[in-house]
Design a protein around this ligand. Structure first.
Ligand SMILES: Nc1ncnc2c1ncn2[C@@H]1O[C@H](COP(=O)(O)OP(=O)(O)OP(=O)(O)O)[C@@H](O)[C@H]1O
Ligand SMILES: CC(=O)N[C@H]1[C@@H]2OC[C@@H](O2)[C@@H](O)[C@@H]1O[C@H](C)C(=O)O
Length: 375
């Protein structure tokens, strides 16, 4: 068994998620509760970005549009990369102190970094953050650049979490057909068939459009509980038009960059109707995943911050036409699932085991990935 920490800073730009797990690289070490679900995998932590830090990261996404080669850092990107490395180091230092852990007790850190560019057609994906400096500051080996080998070999470079979803489903004793939905800034699904085969892809926007809309209209960072959307009425014509985007009909594998869809599409609508339209768009884009499902899932598990948006969950319940539960309700962690996944992926990487597959990223054969930095 190895003890690993995973670090995720997702497309919502809210902060750094930290999670600790124990794994041998195939099975997860789990304990069971009385009702048969698994106990939490390990402690978790969070380091929020301040408003200024978030503004710098937002600007980094804009400046990154100019990048033509992966090592370029135009505009504020060098400063943003420094922020990403430092904030992750602070997150781990606080986490170790809170949990009474020493760096020597941690075998590896899986470091996602912050995605600023994701262009599978150009075989380029960039997650800023300096893994070597992080390893040196913390005194712990770090595995980073986990998307790079896949995208350079012709895969989508995303999603990477399906192999962890499958390990969690196995640890929980859940049989397929099962759907696991992550509602982050972008939404992605993992479909597990009865035989245990995986199919995974991004479904479209997650919370990003709703967040951007709320920020522009109200100055608030999100639609808490989906209450604004619940007060509005979706614009049917706009919704129908949004769903004609060719991305939804495209066969998987497929992945998205955060900025491929824009909240500005809701244009002239009232705050409530715009939120309702973008929330309905997100839910119906997820439901289009059923068009590609080899077996329609009998059960859906929903993770990511969007699981806390009651209106989005209500619409998903309707459109997915079957039982949906939050990850928290089955003993998984809605908020820290991705951080846990990156801990797991780092261990797979150290062992040289595959992290991506033809059915998850479209890479030609199962492939390991990640770059290892020693302290
Ligand atoms: N109480 C809430 N009500 C509505 N939405 C919420 C609530 N709490 C969190 N969210 C949504 O969840 C988002 C954060 O989700 P999460 O942390 O899963 O995203 P991420 O990890 O950054 O994204 P990704 O999975 O795309 O990398 C917030 O930006 C917000 O939109
Ligand atoms: C390029 C990139 O950072 N993609 C993220 C993003 O956020 C959700 C979705 O789009 C997913 O494809 C991916 O993250 C998760 C962790 C993944 O790779 O599985």
């Amino acid at each position: 068994m190895m003890r690993a920490i995973g670090l995720m800073s997702g497309t919502s730009l809210d902060g750094v998620d930290v999670a600790l797990i124990d794994t041998d690289g195939t099975a997860l070490k789990v304990a069971r509760t009385e009702n048969g679900f698994i106990e939490p995998l390990g402690p978790t932590g969070y380091r929020a970005y301040s408003d200024e830090e978030r503004a710098l990261l937002r600007q980094a996404l804009v400046d990154a549009e100019k990048i033509e080669a992966r090592d370029e850092r135009p505009g504020c990107l060098a400063e943003a990369e420094e922020l990403v490395t430092r904030s992750h180091a602070e997150a781990v230092e606080a986490f170790l102190a809170e949990n009474g852990l020493d760096p020597g007790q941690i075998g590896v850190i899986g470091f996602h970094g912050q995605t600023v560019v994701h262009r599978p057609d150009q075989r380029m994906t960039i997650q800023i953050g300096d893994g070597q400096r992080l390893a040196a500051r913390l005194g712990i080996p770090v595995v980073y650049e986990l998307r790079r080998a896949d995208i350079e070999a012709g895969g989508q470079g995303a999603p990477l979490v399906p192999v962890f979803h499958r390990a969690l489903a196995e640890a929980s004793g859940f049989a397929g057909p099962l759907g696991i939905l992550n509602l982050g800034g972008v939404a992605n699904v993992t479909l597990i068939t009865e035989r245990g085969d995986l199919l995974a892809f991004d479904t479209g926007p997650g919370n990003a459009l709703i967040d951007d809309w709320m920020r522009e209209r109200t100055g608030r960072p999100l639609d808490d509980g989906g209450r604004t959307a619940a007060r509005g009425r979706p614009d049917g014509a706009l919704l129908a038009w949004l769903l004609t985007h060719p991305f939804f009909a495209r066969k998987p594998p497929k992945s998205l960059d955060r900025n491929w869809f824009s909240h500005k599409l809701a244009g002239q609508l009232s705050t409530e109707d715009g939120a309702a339209t973008l929330t309905a768009f997100t839910a119906q884009a997820v439901a289009r995943a059923l068009d590609h499902a080899p077996e329609p899932p009998l059960r859906w598990i929903v993770a990511g911050g969007g699981a806390r948006n009651g209106e989005l969950m209500r619409l998903l319940n309707y459109h997915l036409r079957t039982e949906i539960t939050t990850a928290d309700a089955v003993g998984w962690s809605s908020a820290y699932l991705e951080a846990q996944a990156f801990a797991y992926l780092a261990v797979l990487s150290l062992l040289g085991l595959p992290i991506t597959f033809p059915s998850t990223t479209g890479v030609r054969e199962p492939l390991t990935g990640g770059v290892k930095a020693l302290p």
